[in-house]
Design a protein around this ligand. Structure first.
Ligand SMILES: Nc1nc2c(c(=O)[nH]1)N[C@H]1C(S)=C(S)[C@@H](COP(=O)(O)O)O[C@H]1N2
Ligand SMILES: [Mo]
Length: 205
């Protein structure tokens, strides 16, 4: 199955606001042209045909979407910069996929939902406030620079949170869970900052 349900459609590109700063490099960061591969554990070999996306917790409609159902949701393109807490930054990245707003439309949050845990293969999690999660430049990416997302970078689906350090951008996602309380995720439990704003250098806790 191809992630491309946009053939012939001209999708408008959402520019992450940080790409419009006069200085795009946060304090303590160094530009790289390469794209390092970083994660805990091994790379899951996932077939899109078997992949599902589970929406659970404080929503009106708990859902389990197949890959076909997921890619049929409205798609967006986002232009963003990457800032990794280990000090490399990579500018000018083009993502394409399903915006978090589309997830909100199909699941309908309950008013008491304040946080989200993003789940990935192998038990990896990361946590965000619903405010950060539903920013207009946050999406579940299916494509990078007009090509399918490479396996080592999160195929078939990864989260992209452009305004926070890259550890929040979970690879190989399997679903989201909305909660009332904030539940620290994998890296957040291993010494990384709970929020991770690169402009405030929220690196470690
Ligand atoms: N599933 C999963 N996603 C993850 C991680 C991980 O360990 N597991 N690590 C995070 C960290 S620390 C970084 S820096 C980025 C790296 O993404 P990349 O390999 O595409 O550069 O993935 C993030 N997403
Ligand atoms: Mo990282």
């Amino acid at each position: 199955m191809s992630p491309d349900n946009n053939s012939g459609k001209n999708i408008e590109v959402i520019k992450s606001p940080d790409t419009e700063r006069a200085n795009r490099i946060p304090p303590g960061q160094i530009i790289t042209e390469k794209w390092p591969v970083l994660h805990y554990g091994s790379i899951p070999r996932t077939e899109a045909s078997r992949w599902t996306f589970t929406i659970s917790g404080l929503v009106e409609k708990q859902r389990q979407l197949s890959y076909a159902e997921f890619i049929a949701l409205p798609q967006v393109k986002v232009f963003s910069d990457i800032h990794c807490v280990t000090t490399w930054s990579k500018l000018n990245n083009l993502w394409e996929g399903v915006s978090t707003d589309a997830i909100r439309q199909v699941s309908r949050l309950l008013p008491e939902a304040r946080f989200v845990t993003v789940h990935a293969f192998g038990g990896f999690t990361t946590n965000l406030s619903v405010d950060d999660f539903f920013e207009s430049d946050v999406l579940f990416a299916l494509k990078y620079n007009d090509k399918p997302l490479p396996l080592e970078h999160g195929y078939p689906v990864r989260l992209i949170v452009p305004r926070l350090y890259f550890w929040k951008s979970a690879k190989w996602v399997t679903g989201v869970q909305f909660t009332k309380e904030d539940i620290p995720g994998f890296w957040e439990l291993h010494g990384y900052h709970n929020h991770g704003d690169p402009w405030q250098e929220e690196r470690y806790s």
